[in-house]
Design a protein around this ligand. Sequence first.
Ligand code: S3P
Length: 450
Amino acid sequence: MHPSIVTVTSTQNHQDLCITPPTSDIALQGRIRIPGDKSISHRALMLGAIAAGETTIEGLLLGEDPRSTAACFRAMGAEISELNTDRVTVRGLGETGLQEPANVLDAGNSGTTMRLMLGLLASQPDKFFTVTGDGSLRSRPMSRVINPLRAMGATIWGRDGDKLAPLAVRGQALSAARYDSPIASAQVKSCILLAGLHTDGQTTVTEPAKSRDHSERMLSAFGAQIDLDPETNGVTITGGATLRGQHVIVPGDISSAAFWLVAAAIVPGSDLTIENVGINPTRTGVLDALTLMNADITLENKREVAGEPVADLRVCYSQLSACELSGEIIPRAIDEIPILAVAALFAKGTTKIRDAAELRVKESDRLAVMAAQLQAMGATVTEYPDGMDIVGGATLTGVETDSHDDHRIAMSLAIAALRATGTTTIHRAESASISYPNFIETLKQTLGDT
Ligand code: S3P
């Protein structure tokens, strides 16, 4: 028995996560389950709220972000049962049945809540809404959805020349439109599709590379007509459909699985199976990237659950090699770049990440924050406007690090700490609960650290 590897100290508002790996014997072993997919959880709550009849959701993520979505839609009259993973029921209000809330809608830290919801709010005739979020969300660009919504006739005001939340929305009947998005963003695409749902015609969104397609799949399952054009990465929704409540089964979140994939890939002796992981091809960039890096990953028990492909992922330690990540893989791995940067630290050669400028406008500037935190641990990382170079073969030293209130940074640093000497402290580690409420328990479980 060695002393605890993982300890947590809590101050009044924050949590420090301290990780001290022993010099030997720290492999990750066993079978684990991960929380429900965040993107699918948001969409199930939202579509449930605007559909006719009852939606039941199995496997909902109980993180802070879906809680923000549930709170916003409850404030607009949707009856959503107490949130739990077994079964949540949503009594829908019908497409234009959202009620004008008596107070400001708070999307918390969640870009998906704010951006998708704006498409619905802008198209609710004669109702007035105000929307805000935490400090991070209030600094994230909203013009990427406000401009195309305005082109459909929406009335929206915001801070800093209508670019930033808090925002005010006067709902009204919108016109169908075509929008050629300059960025591959599922939040932008989904916002416009949801606005298009309430128009008289066909609304099309195209994008430079294909982003996650959970909205298209779920809208279609709820009864909307969706047509795809693979050549333009285009999605067309025909307005005026009546959505009907459905039974949604949420698979495990591959973005959460990514932390364990990398942990087991970089810690010698590891052999870990992650059960029930969503492997929708618009999300599997992390598997492709790790495979390029020579990781030992096997997909077992592949199946389809409620319209989404699912598998168990077995990952064993192997010596990784460097790779180049750019182009179409980036939107398919957009949330996993921070943890892939950690994998790159233990690969042979220099890994180059490019075309990833979007990371600068996530919950934190993930390029700047990851570069600075990993450099503090002794890594050689060069930051570029749209990416970074990471020199492999690093020897990391445990130091004080900071999540910058970004859940994926907190968890990425925790995994890097498993291969550092001494104690790594991650300040503001409570941010992990945005997408992964029991991350620390699972970390201890995989390490046999009781
Ligand atoms: C999400 C889309 C992505 C992703 C985010 C969730 C979604 O954002 O980073 O965590 O559920 O649609 P962008 O659309 O801004 O790339």
